[in-house]
Design a protein. Structure first.
Length: 308
């Protein structure tokens, strides 16, 4: 009886594959293992950095506003543009510090092996898309600052801004793009080409116009444009190391962009506004539009310039 039952069990279980030890040249088959997830999320130092930059951008905005009160409305164009830049940055840093404007990119990486089936590695990495919203507003304003300073034509400033918007938007598509297809690096290449257009407009056209405004203005434009060029060029490099190839973690990415943002917005703005105060050639009044509007014929003049 017991023997019969035993034989019955043996018959049934003989079809179930029982794990046995593998010959030494064949590795265990990894594809049956659950895919491991490499979660790349922000840590404490990244979160602190976001809050610190939020506060720094607020302080910069207040400082630039205070500087603008020292000059009449007609001379506040750079102040207004530059304050907008740090206000937008403060908003985007507040969003990211509180967990907004972030999505998680899921990437499956196929690892090929010689004798066994391919294995897969899942990576979940945070993408801070709030940055791209920030950049799509602030980089055109930075270009406007530089274009006005150099005395560039409206047409050239407009083209540089359009190229810049293409750069930021295609950069966002790259960050959210799929890997293993031409999508991600294709968008990145398009963004880099758009960036070259921005540099080309500002360097060639901006440089030529600045020269026409005299040696003092040219000297300042060349310095601040070179400073901008170096900082801006660091952004696609950080992108390549962070979202691109994930060689640096999320905290490293947040800190790198934080340093660049403070230099490219805060320090840039302070330098521009302080120098502008002592450089008459940099004045832009847009034929009175900034203080008085387009057509003031017959209108009651209400403005602090008139003491009203
Ligand atoms: C991306 C990725 C795609 C390729 C390129 C990029 C360039 C970004 C730049 C950003 C500048 C931001 C600034 C922000 C605020 O101050 C979008 C990273 C070329 C140049 C100056």
């Amino acid at each position: 009886m017991i023997v019969d039952a035993f034989e019955e069990v043996l018959k049934k279980t003989s079809l179930i594959p029982v794990p046995t030890s593998h010959p030494s040249h064949v590795a265990p088959i990894p594809s049956v293992l659950p895919t491991p997830i490499d979660a790349q999320f922000i840590g404490d130092s990244g979160k602190k950095t976001l809050w610190v930059v939020f506060v720094l951008m607020l302080i910069a905005s207040a400082g630039f506003t205070a500087l603008s009160w020292r000059v009449p409305l007609s001379k506040r164009l750079y102040h207004t543009i530059t304050t907008m830049i740090t206000i937008f940055a403060a908003l985007s840093y507040f969003a990211m510090a509180t967990g907004h404007g972030i999505s998680v990119q899921k990437i499956t990486i196929r690892e090929q092996h010689d004798h066994v089936p391919d294995t897969f590695q899942e990576v979940h990495r945070q993408v801070f898309w709030a940055r791209y919203v920030d950049w799509s507003l602030t980089t055109p304003l930075l270009i406007l600052d530089l274009g006005l300073l150099a005395g560039m034509s409206g047409g050239h400033i407009f083209m540089a801004i359009v190229a810049d918007l293409i750069m930021v938007l295609t950069g966002l598509f790259a960050a959210l793009g799929e890997e293993g297809t031409p999508q991600k690096w294709g968008w990145y290449t398009i963004a880099c080409i758009a960036y070259l257009f921005v540099v080309w407009h500002l360097a060639l056209n901006g440089g030529a116009n600045a020269t026409a405004k005299g040696p003092k203005l040219r000297g300042f434009f060349v310095s601040i444009a070179a400073y901008t060029l170096i900082l801006w060029t660091a952004y696609p490099i950080v992108w390549g190391l962070a979202d691109g190839s994930r060689k640096i973690g999320v905290d490293g990415e947040v800190i790198a962009y934080a340093v660049l943002d403070v230099l490219a917005k805060g320090v840039f703005g302070a330098w521009l506004l302080i120098t502008h105060a002592n450089l008459r050639e940099s004045d832009v009044e847009l034929n009175g539009f900034w203080a008085n509007g387009l057509n003031r014929d017959g209108a009651v003049r209400l403005g602090e310039d008139d003491g009203a």
